[in-house]
Design a protein around this ligand. Sequence first.
Ligand code: NAD
Length: 486
Amino acid sequence: MTVARTLNFIDGEFREGRDWFENRNPCDNGVFAMVAEAGEAEVDAAVQAARRALKGPWGKMTVHERAAILHKVADGITRRFEEFLEAECRDTGKPKSLARHIDIPRGAANFKIFADLVKNVPTESFVLDTPDGAGAVNYALRRPKGVIGVICPWNLPLLLMTWKVGPALACGNAVVVKPSEETPTTATLLGEVMNEAGVPPGVYNVVHGFGPGSAGEFLTSHDGVDAVTFTGETRTGAAIMRAGAGRIRPVSLELGGKNPAIVFADADMDKAIEGTMRSAFANCGQVCLGTERVFVQRPLFDEFVARLKAGASGLVVGTPDNAAANMGPLVSREHQSKVLSYYQKARELGAEQVIGGGIPQMPGHLVEGAWIEPTIWTGLGDDSAIMREEIFGPCCHISPFDEEDEVVERANDTDYGLACSIWTENGSRAHRVASRIEAGLVWVNSWFLRDLRTPFGGSKRSGIGREGGVHSLEFYTELSNVCIKL
Ligand code: NAD
């Protein structure tokens, strides 16, 4: 097999770095590419290129011109859809059937939506009375923040990266992206699309590498970066805040979760099972919004457990090209070890293992892959590690509850506050409970139903700030108030 080379993208050109690291296929752990790791010199070159781009044609473009270019970027992704699909699935191992409907189309949509939004969102204005009777007028102007450092995770690489790059560019910024070391390919491919679409050199840069002592740290501690937007683990978010603290650098943090689902006895069982199947197992459980704690009202408990078990036993584990597969491997052998350590811990804590708990039998060379069984537990207390720590695998624990007040308290009893799903056919209860849940996103009778105009983000240790719709514009621009004395 030929081993490809994945390069940094700096100032409109593909460049090598200070070293090389391996990109492995999670399906068989085989090395399929060598990735150029950016050192301090490459990160500095990327930041300087971005700064220059702000002063060049990009900085002088009208909003409409910028928006037109971003539409071309979206069209470029769509035109090269199969290449992006192939690359994303090779990096992550996820089923093509999933990425075809979510990752790649959303990657393109993120450019169109924010290009259109930025043309249409007004800023505020106020008329002020003054003692001389003539008055004054205030209005706010949006200016780009400057160079944005974009640090991305591996679970939805293109989707989550463009979720930040789309609005950042729409607002007139330049970006330096540090994709996850696990999934560097689609961000690199996007560099080609940027050039084809006529995005000026330096506006979009990609530097590859790791966190500490590598491109991630070099970027987040670089003086030329005006703001950092990050998606990833809570612990990494804290390191990124620390890196920017001395410079009072704004950060937007989309972090981890330990999300509950609450199934009331009056829920539509079919819908609740279908939604929880997706929220626990989609993308092999590697979704920040995924459900790892399920609370089911006691009258439904046994039936719910039996039906979720039946659903999980019907999941087909397989490679991206396997059309029957709806679950791929975890992203890496390292992550597999982490998830398996929780499977082991659940056993030690005395959980009842309803299904799963191990590694599925895979044929031939696939035996080397990061495969994992979908797993369901019951019987643990709310204080156990399984109920408190983010596992980020295809697993959930199901607990019974009796009263509404009780379940609200238990659902909120977590360090995190990202998402929650409520399943009930009682509209008053839905509103009442939704208003009491301490999370940035609450779904009623659904999960991952996303309107990109709405605020997205977490409370507590799940993050700082909101992105999405006009909220993204708040982060990616500086508002200046102009006061005119009449
Ligand atoms: P991670 O924090 O390990 O890595 C994310 C990125 O940060 C990678 O690019 C990594 O190289 C970089 N990084 C690591 N240490 C760094 C440092 N010290 N300085 C700068 N950069 C550094 O996260 P992950 O394992 O890639 O992703 C999974 C996590 O992401 C989960 O916790 C999940 O909940 C979270 N996530 C959150 C959201 C959300 O919207 N809230 C979405 C997706 C994933």
